[in-house]
Design a protein around this ligand. Structure first.
Ligand SMILES: [Mn+2]
Length: 413
């Protein structure tokens, strides 16, 4: 039997509206190490986005290395697999490979090939069970950039997305070559990509416009895999079946993640199959919405913050994050500055605000355009302006935007 811990999307070095997350990272990773020790795991998989940026700070790198050494001291037999995600500096995280190999840590930054095929000496990692049973192997596939995929024709005649077809062909070949080496013994695949619903639906294959990313269907992963350890989506969730999982991030990296039950996935694999358990990680600091439901007027914010009853001398790194939800009756161009000023007088960290306008609440939301080609820049501007400020742009704002568009057209000409 093998017990492995699956985590992902640490985003070391991340800041939120300028606030450091370093203390939270250190606390959450200390919790992760305690879970690994308490459950006596054989392996840890970090499924990408270890770092938040291509140029991580010294402290972010130090946190990674300290965590890996701590794990090795506490669990001398542990094997660790670290993948590069789309946020990671793929080349740089591979640089200390020989050093990390001495600690039983395998770092996979880029797709490596040998004689045209995937280099399994790099990408296929063996986990030996302590007490009987078959070996378990981990096929580690980092985030796939365009250069990692087989060539594809973006404007081809075949139905469906050419990118999804290329991603599928890559996985089919990688899994087939792993199977050729290890036969029918348990195989875990880890990767960093967007996997959609269980069926090859229109929705699952829909091209996501922003950033050119693509959702691939979960049937990309054959059902004989012991487990699929995914990274990229920050909400812990199974996709298609219980053993295809996103472990999720360690704590909320943005206000949209505030209600997720963050943690790690604990997986037991033996001859009878795999069992998965979500283990929660305690929140290092609070992440509040004020008010918890609905919205409040600006005049009530100061009293609501006082009502939180926080210790006034709370050190900065332990102050809770607060996202405000403000009801606006009229345009309030100074809203952000007002909230910054009010929040600064309390032991909290302001991470922005939502606006609610009662007269708009009844209106159905405008349909989201399917394609950028279907929407005029002026309309996109008006939509973004309304979302940001809570009121429609007036003639002055529109004129300013038009002049910017004109200048852009001149630069392009
Ligand atoms: Mn990612």
């Amino acid at each position: 039997m093998i017990r492995l811990l699956h985590t992902a999307d640490w985003h070391l070095g991340q800041t939120l509206m300028g606030w450091s997350r370093e203390n939270e990272h250190e606390a959450a990773l200390a919790s992760l190490v305690e879970i690994a020790v308490a459950r006596d795991v054989d392996a840890l998989i970090v499924a990408g986005d270890v770092f938040d940026t291509q140029n991580p700070s010294e402290r972010a790198e130090a946190t990674l290395f300290r965590t890996l050494v701590e794990l090795r001291h506490r669990l001398p037999a542990i094997t660790v697999v670290v993948l590069a995600g789309n946020h990671d500096p793929a080349g740089r995280i591979e640089a200390p490979r020989p050093l990390l190999a001495e600690l039983g840590v395998h770092v996979i930054g880029r797709v490596r090939r040998r004689d045209e095929a995937l280099d399994l000496d790099r990408h296929l990692i063996r986990l030996a069970p302590r007490a009987g049973g078959p070996d378990v192997h981990v096929l580690a596939l980092p985030h796939l950039g365009p250069a990692s995929l087989p060539p594809f024709d973006r404007h081809g005649e075949e139905p469906g997305s050419p990118v999804v077809r290329a991603v599928r062909a890559f996985h089919d070949a990688a899994i087939a070559s792993a199977r050729a080496r290890i036969g029918a013994t348990p195989l875990v695949v880890t990767g960093h990509l967007t996997v959609g619903g269980g069926l090859e639906s229109e929705g699952a294959e829909r091209r996501i416009l922003i950033g050119g990313e693509h959702a691939v269907p979960s049937d990309l992963f054959p059902s004989d895999l012991a487990y699929v350890a995914l990274g990229h989506l920050h909400r812990p969730q199974a996709v298609g079946r219980p053993t295809v999982r996103y472990a999720g991030s360690l704590f909320p990296l943005s206000a949209t993640e505030r209600d997720y039950d963050h943690g790690v996935s604990l997986v037991e694999i033996d001859a009878d199959g795999s069992r998965v358990e979500h283990v929660s990680i305690p929140r290092p600091v609070g992440f509040l919405r004020l008010p918890a439901r609905g919205a409040m007027v600006l005049a009530d914010v100061d009293a609501a913050l006082t009502g939180l009853d926080l210790a006034p001398d709370l050190p900065l790194e332990r102050r809770p994050f607060v996202q405000f939800s403000i009801r606006l009756e009229a345009p309030a161009p100074g809203l952000k500055a007002d909230l910054d000023r009010i929040a600064a007088a309390h032991p909290v960290r302001n991470v922005g605000h939502l606006v609610e306008r009662p007269d708009r609440a009844a209106e159905p939301p405008a349909p989201v355009p399917r394609d950028l080609a279907d929407v005029a820049p002026e309309d996109l501007f008006a939509r973004a302006f309304l979302e940001t400020h809570g009121f429609e742009p007036d003639a002055r704002h529109r004129a300013r935007f038009d002049s910017l568009l004109d200048r852009l057209a001149e630069t392009e000409a």
